[in-house]
Write a protein that binds this ligand. Structure first.
Ligand code: SF4
Ligand code: SF4
Length: 464
């Protein structure tokens, strides 16, 4: 009798480490405004693949009606963490954060898979820790192995999921830099001309290891605008991949490390990064460390100083540095963690509009996720490919010759999609386009300006 009564008492019945805040789960009024913007719901039309459905599952877990099983976890991990739902929710439910919290609760309950511990904890904790893996990847490209491995993996990819993942990883890799940027960059890069600002630079692991050219362009653009750039060599990963995969402990450990590192520099005007996902994560450190009395106030102080590069450039660019013409037709893909997490939508466009000769063409559904979403493209290749195909089609519709974006995951994903669909459009980080414009102002074309961009299937000598 008493157990029946207990079961019928409404309210939270289950508590446990990392479970989402029950009061916040209760704030959902089931209005359904989040359904049309959720890519996984749009693609499946399943309630459990929607923001509202995922919240209902978490509520049912805490109501004690269902267990936090592997099947429920699948619905949580099928979320892209794109946060499109957060933006439209009239009840201001922090949906994305609650879903990530649900993943953390599941990881606490069952432990994390071996590959997660190996890849995320061992190698993805900093650009330096990633070096052994990237050395192998560079050697793989230098020896010309992609020509052999790619057709082989294509033939095997439907036989086992591991081949599918390897095929996808191989497809994502662009031509790698000879050396990562973090080993080439001095701690202090002086401003060109008079120093106007002193900025800390958060160099994302992927930016250093894979898209070093883009971050070099970022440094040049900053120094041209009077910024002295301080790049602490002991900074570590922002923790976004760890939080994304339910490893809040590691994410907090990395956050505390970065707070310690950047607090050594008291005189920084801002901390800038050219990785939208890193910027979003650094700004969320206060939320991540909300239960840590020592680090919470320091996380707030650091988050206040963090700027995405587009945000900072829109603020500081003035007429003192001449900008040359870039006669290109460009379209802009908005990274989810820039537009939805940080609410930065206008600034990248404002920066692009400052470039003479550049024609900006609107991209339909420019904020819709491209399917990259951390390692989602590896863990959920089918859904990821559907979203990517949609993105590529919409990019092709614009007729632009260049697609600009501001997040390494988006750059790699869209490059791969363009290559696979044979669409001759190049992908550039925002700072690369601006860097090109500054170079043109000095009548010195940048290194890649005269390259002939030719599409070859499976080749890295294409426009990307
Ligand atoms: S928009 Fe917000 S309140 Fe409405 S159903 Fe979705 S999560 Fe619930
Ligand atoms: S974060 Fe994106 S994929 Fe996840 S529930 Fe919200 S809209 Fe859907």
């Amino acid at each position: 009798m008493s157990s029946l009564l207990e079961r019928t008492i409404p309210g939270q019945q289950v508590t446990g480490p990392e479970l989402p805040d029950y009061d916040q789960l209760q704030r959902c009024i089931h209005c359904g405004r989040c359904l049309p913007v959720c890519p996984t719901y749009q693609e499946t039309l399943l309630e459990m693949m929607s923001p509202r459905g995922r919240l209902a599952l978490l509520r049912a877990v805490e109501d004690g009606k269902i267990g936090l099983t592997a099947q429920i976890a699948d619905y949580l991990y099928s979320c892209l963490d794109c946060r499109a739902c957060n933006v439209v929710c009239p009840a201001e439910v922090p949906i994305g954060e609650l879903i990530l919290q649900g993943r953390a609760a599941y990881a606490e309950q069952v432990g994390r898979p071996w590959w997660g511990r190996l890849i995320l904890d061992r190698f993805l904790s900093s650009a330096r820790a990633l070096e052994p893996v990237m050395k192998l990847a560079r050697l793989y490209q230098r020896l010309g192995l992609p020509h052999v491995a790619r057709p082989l993996l294509r033939a095997l990819k439907d036989r086992h999921s591991i081949f599918q993942v390897l095929y996808h990883m191989e497809g994502l890799l662009p031509k790698l830099p000879d050396r990562p940027l973090h080993v080439r960059l001095e701690e202090i890069t002086p401003a060109r001309g008079q120093r106007r600002y002193r900025v800390g630079f958060f160099l994302g692991c992927m930016m250093s290891q894979v898209l070093a050219d883009a971050s070099q362009a970022t440094i040049r653009v900053l120094t041209r605008n009077g910024c002295e750039v301080v790049t602490p060599h002991d900074q570590v990963c922002c923790g976004a991949p760890h939080e994304d995969q339910g490893n809040k402990r590691k994410a907090r450990e990395l956050a505390r490390r970065n707070i310690d590192v950047f607090s050594r520099y008291h005189d920084l005007d801002v901390i800038v990064t050219d990785c939208a996902a890193c910027a979003g994560m650094l700004k969320e450190y206060p939320h991540l460390l909300r239960d840590d009395p020592e680090y919470y106030p320091r996380a707030v102080a650091m988050a206040h100083r963090v700027r995405d590069i587009s945000e900072w450039l829109a603020e500081i660019i003035d007429d003192s540095t001449p900008i040359g013409e870039v006669p290109r037709a460009v379209t802009y893909h908005e990274p989810c963690h820039l537009a939805n997490v940080q609410g930065i939508r206008e600034q990248p466009v404002q920066v692009l509009r400052k470039i003479p000769g550049l024609e900006l063409r609107p991209l339909r559904d420019s904020t819709r996720c491209c399917g990259s979403a951390g390692i989602y493209n590896l863990t959920h290749p089918e859904m990821s490919n559907r979203l990517l195909a949609d993105k590529i089609q919409k990019i092709a519709e614009t007729g632009a010759d260049t697609v600009v974006t501001g997040n390494p995951g988006c750059v790699l994903q869209i490059q791969m999609g363009l290559r696979e669909h044979g669409v001759p459009v190049r992908v550039r980080h925002l700072t690369q386009v601006l860097d090109e414009a500054y170079e043109h102002a000095q009548s010195q074309p940048p290194a890649d300006a005269n390259e002939e961009w030719v599409i070859h299937a499976n080749s890295r000598t294409d426009p990307n």
